[in-house]
Write a new protein. Structure first.
Length: 254
């Protein structure tokens, strides 16, 4: 790998591990009765303590340090005094900016005991993301990623959100290419060694359609069905990929 890739990988590895560490911290305190503002505070402090910045904070006017998206919220939920309760599912999405590079990751947490359907949705969303990640290597097509995710979740009766996608990431938070979580095998751009991007499928229990609330951020399912999401930032190598946002606790890993 040439030197430019090397620097990009090294810096993204550091930013990614801070973002993953913030989620590990959230994982230790998340339980029924906690507010989403408390989760935001934990993310803010963890990132700050690691001499990094939270990329979402003030990004296009976003007011908080992470996104907290519960139940029928698809993404970009704004932390508030909302209290999480037993049976909820909530995605926490963190992006750290360190030494001018970004690392972006999210996990959907189950609050206490969740319904069988919520459990299946969350597990399938994680498995779909990992299935796509396991496919990544120099030379595959972007459509192979989308097709793998779509086939896996539709076989279980779920649907893939089309209004939001993964993205290239690096010194910019969001850059080309768009990484669609649906599509056809063998279509689209070929991915190449050194590319860094996110895979972050949003999967709905019901219909794929979303709408954005009046706050200008919160995206919800139109049919109010549950939605789950996981996100990793990865770097493409000749025979595979490196996951930059792996949990340090080795949870959520196959
Ligand atoms: N972290 C989100 C992503 O995965 C983007 C959040 S932008 C915000 O791309 F402004 F809502 F925070
Ligand atoms: Co992202
Ligand atoms: Co994110």
């Amino acid at each position: 790998m040439n030197n430019n890739f090397k620097e990009a990988f090294e810096k993204t590895r550091i930013a990614g591990s801070i973002a993953a560490g913030a989620l590990d911290e959230v994982e230790t305190i998340i339980q029924p009765g906690i507010s989403t503002d408390k989760i935001d505070k934990i993310c803010y402090e963890y990132i700050n303590d690691h001499d990094a910045y939270s990329a979402p904070l003030f990004y296009r006017g976003f007011p908080k340090s992470c996104c907290t998206s519960a139940n029928h919220v698809v993404c970009h939920g704004i932390p508030s005094d909302k209290i999480l309760k037993e049976g909820d599912i909530v995605n926490v999405d963190v992006t750290a900016f360190k030494n001018e590079w970004h690392g972006d990751t999210s996990r959907t947490f189950k609050i206490g005991e969740v319904s069988v359907k919520a459990d299946k949705l969350v597990n399938a969303t994680y498995a779909a993301m990992m299935k796509a990640i396991n496919l990544i290597k120099d030379g595959i097509h972007l459509g192979d990623i989308g097709s793998t995710i779509q086939t896996y979740v539709e076989a279980r009766g779920f649907s893939v959100v089309q209004d939001f996608c993964g993205h290239g990431i690096g010194q910019s938070f969001h850059k080309e290419p768009n990484i669609l979580h649906y599509g056809k095998k063998g279509t689209g751009e070929k991915i190449k060694t050194g590319m860094i991007f996110t895979i972050e499928p949003m999967i709905n229990f019901g219909n794929y359609e979303t709408k954005t609330l009046n706050d200008g951020w919160t995206a919800v399912t139109k049919d109010k069905s549950l939605s789950a999401q996981f996100e990793h930032t990865i770097g493409v190598t000749k025979d595979g990929c490196e996951i930059f946002t792996q949990s340090k606790k080795n949870i959520q890993i196959k």
